[in-house]
Design a protein around this ligand. Structure first.
Ligand SMILES: [Cu+2]
Length: 160
């Protein structure tokens, strides 16, 4: 073997390994959602809208959700598991301390979560960050913001 070529082979292998890691939860990825009342099941009549961004970085997922026009303070916010046509269980609850309510029904919800924050689900099975990301990619998760007037959720949006 021509030893002068060895470093290039190693470099190529590292590039490949990095590319493979990016496909799993141990990698990077960005997901987003647009939240509104029409997406709730059943639909909610509200002028509120919001956006959510999830940024996967290694084993942690940073989230930032902003909304405005809510009927009151956000009382809770979660990632739920389920199709667009139905309500489903909470798979990642955002802690109350992450929820910063502002004036006129505005709110910012931000922080980060890891695998330990996932509430395990059985149907479909979601236990790991990889499982969760697979469900996000499959279009089977949504962000939901709850208010006192709409305890089942005032606005929601499909993560993709
Ligand atoms: Cu919820």
């Amino acid at each position: 073997m021509d030893r002068s070529r060895f470093p290039m082979v190693v470099t190529a292998a590292l590039v490949l390994a990095t590319a493979l890691a990016a496909n799993g939860a141990g990698g990077k990825g960005k997901f987003g959602a647009k939240l509104n009342g029409a997406s709730e099941t059943p639909p909610v009549d509200t002028k509120a809208t919001g956006t959510a961004t999830l940024t996967v970085s290694g084993t942690s997922v940073a989230y930032k959700i902003t909304a405005s026009g809510l009927s009151g303070n956000a009382t809770a916010a979660h990632i739920h598991l389920g199709p667009t046509t139905a309500a489903g269980p909470v798979v990642v609850p955002f802690p109350p301390t992450a929820i910063k309510n502002g004036a006129n029904g505005s709110v910012t919800i931000s922080g980060s979560f890891a695998e330990a924050d996932i509430k395990p689900q059985t149907d479909p099975a979601v236990k790991t960050l990889d499982d969760l990301i697979a469900q996000i990619r499959a279009g089977n998760t949504y962000v939901n913001i709850h208010t006192a007037a709409h305890p089942g959720g005032e606005i929601r949006g499909l993560l993709k």
